[in-house]
Design a protein. Sequence first.
Length: 115
Amino acid sequence: HIETDERVESLAVAKLLAKVVDEEQPGLVILGKQAIDTDNNQTGQMLAALTNLPQGTFASEVAIDGDKVNVTREIDGGLQTVALTLPAIVTTDLRLNEPRYAKLPDIMKAKKKPL
């Protein structure tokens, strides 16, 4: 867990995440497409370079197939699918998942449940 009140640049975040990846050895690292404050798309690519792992960017679909991950992304000419050997770094597009919305009765029930 990493906390800071300071503004952190993409490279610093990638270096911190690289240390976590080195310690934890995850099979797949999934990051968002861009930073909310600077609107850039750098951390995932920097992390892939620092860890020497394959990367898939702007993923709209991710499918694990044994020791590979198939990453589909939208490009100007349509869709492109790349197969990456795991472990890998993937940055996502907004189409990767649809948000789930709670129904009003479920929200009301949740208010009464203990935490």
